[in-house]
Design a protein. Structure first.
Length: 764
């Protein structure tokens, strides 16, 4: 048999191919055709690509038959649609020497697949189907070969980068105005932290987890009793870094055994819970650290294993971005794969380049944020992409990526809380590793700022990194590892965890991010720290969808107001008030939910944000904590911004059988947040209601009422809630489980709507 080539669908056909339409039934004389054709549809997208413009599409299974005769053949297929991205093609090819992956495609992406097929009879049948949508095919070629070659898959996607212009409310403008104010240029008391502290923290964690390594090199999670997710490659990197930097030879073999285990699982596509995308980056960082410390044949085996795998078939998340949960996985995979290319292990950077072209779709906002929605999953991809950029990525998307990450780093400065934390909101909220990602983002940004000749901004980033480090340091356990969520409950209780949270994984993810930060921090370690925006304040950052937040700060006080809820995670309204230096109580770090999607122990549930609640005609009490996104519209007006006082107004309109509208006028100043409520006279009965911190899961807070105030004392610190325009507040006895431990609900019935106000004040 000679090579046979077919072009499917409508439109012109290249001279090198035979055109196949939906009605091209198998014909013995021609030697090719469909075995059935009832549901096949032809399309011509009219592009300039002679093979990619035409296609056959169907929802029903179909088989294309070619008379090849017996033998070994290399079969190559082309798939892609310039206009739609909902196709999913599953191939069924008897005689294929390897398992064929399901091909899910982005709009405008072209996928090429080559596989070896051994045909024992007169015909080669290629079956097409889709388990969830439509399948498609553009082109096919069949060539006899003398020997089998591995299955190979490549993807090509046109660039989807289109960063919008920046406005006067964007990050550059806000930071620019902040830098012009004298408050940004005062001498600061150094944080006292250095990159050596990062390394010491990593070493303490490694010492804990080395005793949980099994005979195969895997790290066993003490909570679930087995290896989970990507703990093992995280340990391989963290242990390798400590061994390399401190000369601790006792860690070389544990690190190498973890590398053996993780590399084998990756290339065999047998990682725990199908997390291949998370393995490559820590392994790519660990390789140059470990390779000089182990025997040459072992390092060469690692090089061969990692270099021989096909990234288009190994990783789980399809290359490129999509505005859907989980698309951030690809950012971790592409950054690690680029590192392998940089090390000479990967022959080319095709996977990274193709992936990065598509990821531009998720950065199409002026703030440089990763628009998946949850705040943690904005920081997560930006951290790894920043590591790649700073490591020397200079490919086709380098300029766009650099601009997005530079904007994002400035936005992160504006979003960092008064006590150094990342904003709450969405899944994985208040997990410590999200603050470790901040450390990495800021250390990379410091190095970039220094390179462009801005040592003052670099010093600000440096201080922000160390403040983020200080924010999670108090959550370290005596055993060396960390609480993974900001409470002190026993890890076995999984209090505030997501269903996917794991003690070993999220600790070692923290150490991995902190290790990358350590690597990048060396270039700017000589810099003097400069004031960070969160310390002085003077700004209200208004983020639209999918974040829906106002993050504001003034004089060491900060708040997070959500303008739309994230179901099961974060309600609308005032969800967080923070004061500089106050970590782990006596303020809760989030609202209370009646139906959380994260883990809480059995017991009573009630939703409450800091603000208004109202009675419906049937007596039901409702607040913004109970309102769905479809029933809520909001508008935000920034009234004034100054480091001493920031004011803004949020108006809420709640739809439903009984529409409700009201506004909150915020005033942030030193040691207090004041909220004045504007309530229509014709609205339903109102009251003030808010969650009061009652304990961190290990210790209880002291809650007391005094006339028109509620005070909360905990761990030597005290806050006070003062109300006006209400009856004296009452604090319920019922304990409600909460991400941060436990809360109780305070209520104060409305008395004078014109004077309605709530003040949260730091007493000591």
């Amino acid at each position: 048999m000679v090579t046979k080539a077919f072009s499917f669908g409508g439109g012109p056909c290249p001279d090198t191919h035979v055109q196949v339409g939906p009605d091209s039934l198998y014909d013995a004389a021609a030697g090719f055709g469909w075995t059935d054709h009832d549901t096949l549809l032809p399309y011509d997208r009219g592009t300039t690509d002679p093979l990619g413009r035409g296609m056959i599409v169907s929802r029903s299974p179909a088989t294309f038959r070619v008379a090849t005769g017996p033998g070994l053949f290399r079969v190559q297929l082309l798939f892609g649609d310039a206009e739609r991205g909902d196709h999913s093609t599953q191939l069924h090819v008897p005689g294929s020497t390897e398992t064929i992956p399901v091909l899910n495609m982005n709009r405008g992406e072209q996928v090429a697949l080559a596989l070896t097929v051994e045909v024992t009879g007169p015909m080669l049948d290629i079956g097409f189907s889709s388990a969830r949508s439509t399948w498609l095919v553009n082109a096919l070629s069949i060539e006899p070969v003398a020997s089998a070659a591995p299955l190979w898959l490549t993807r090509h996607l046109e660039s989807r980068w289109a960063l919008p212009e920046q406005t006067k409310r964007g990050a550059r403008a806000l930071i620019g105005r902040w830098r012009q104010h004298p408050a940004s240029d005062i001498d600061v008391v150094p944080s006292g932290h250095t990159r050596e502290d990062y390394l010491r923290t990593i070493a303490q964690g490694v010492e804990h987890f080395r005793h949980l390594q099994d005979l195969n090199g895997a790290i066993v999670d003490v909570v679930v009793g087995k290896e989970v997710y990507y703990s093992t490659p995280g340990f391989a990197y963290a242990a390798a870094l400590v061994a390399s930097e401190t000369g601790n030879a006792d860690l070389i073999e544990p690190a190498a055994e973890a590398f053996d285990c993780a590399s084998r699982a990756l290339i065999e596509r047998k990682t725990p819970s199908a997390h291949e995308d998370f393995f490559v980056t820590p392994l790519a960082h660990a390789f140059p650290l470990l390779a000089p410390l182990v025997k040459a044949d072992r390092a060469q085996r690692w090089r061969s294993e990692l270099g021989g795998m096909n990234p288009f078939t190994i990783y789980r998340s399809r290359p490129g971005g999509a505005l859907a949960p989980g698309t951030n996985w690809n950012c971790l995979a592409l950054s690690g794969d680029f590192r392998l290319h940089q090390l000479g292990i990967r022959a080319d950077a095709a996977f990274s380049e193709n992936s990065l072209k598509g990821q531009g779709l998720v950065f199409q906002n002026e703030f440089g944020l990763y628009a998946e929605g949850p705040m943690t999953y904005d920081a997560f991809p930006r951290a790894w992409l920043g590591d790649m950029l700073e490591a020397g990525y200079r490919g086709p998307a380098a300029a766009e990526l650099a601009e997005a990450l530079d904007r994002g780093a400035l936005t992160s400065l504006l979003m960092q809380s008064a006590n150094g934390e990342i904003p709450c909101g969405g899944r994985s909220s208040q997990h410590q590793w999200s603050d470790a990602l901040q450390v990495l983002i800021f250390e990379v940004a410091a190095a970039r700022a220094m390179r462009v000749g801005d040592p003052s901004l670099a010093g600000t980033f440096k201080r922000a990194a160390r403040r983020a480090y200080a924010a999670f340091l108090p959550w370290q356990r005596l055993s060396g590892e960390f609480q993974i969520v900001k409470n002190r409950a026993d890890p076995m209780d999984r209090l505030g965890w997501e269903n996917y949270s794991a003690h070993s994984t999220y600790n070692l993810l923290m150490l991995t991010a902190l290790g990358f930060a350590y690597e990048h921090a060396g270039a700017t370690e000589h810099l003097a720290e400069r004031m960070a925006p969160a310390e002085t304040g003077g700004h209200a950052t208004v983020l639209g969808g999918p974040f829906h937040k106002v993050v504001a700060a003034a004089a060491g006080t900060s708040v997070v107001v959500c303008t739309a809820p994230q179901l099961g995670q974060t309600p609308a309204g005032l969800v967080r008030v923070q004061f500089e230096g106050l970590i782990g109580g006596p303020l809760p770090g989030d609202a209370s939910l009646a139906k959380p999607s994260y883990r809480l122990p059995a017991g009573p549930r009630e939703g409450a944000v800091i603000g208004l609640a109202w009675r419906l005609p049937d007596g039901t009490l409702q607040s913004l904590a109970d309102v769905l996104a479809a029933d809520l519209s909001t508008s935000v007006t920034v009234l004034s911004e100054d480091p001493t006082v920031v004011r803004f107004r949020v108006e809420y309109r709640v739809a439903g059988a009984v529409p409700v509208s009201f506004a909150e006028v915020y005033e942030l100043s030193a040691r207090q947040t004041s909220v004045r409520f504007e309530v229509p006279a014709d609205g339903p009965p109102m009251l003030l209601r808010w969650p009061v911190f009652a304990g961190d899961g290990a210790r209880e807070a002291d809650i007391a009422t005094h006339g028109m105030s509620v005070s909360v004392a905990f761990a030597g610190r005290q806050v006070e809630y003062l109300v006006a325009g209400t009856e004296p507040p009452v604090v319920a006895e019922t304990l409600l489980a909460h991400r941060n431990g436990f809360v109780r609900l305070a209520e104060a019935a409305l008395r004078d709507r014109d004077a309605l106000r709530l003040v949260v004040r730091l007493v000591r």
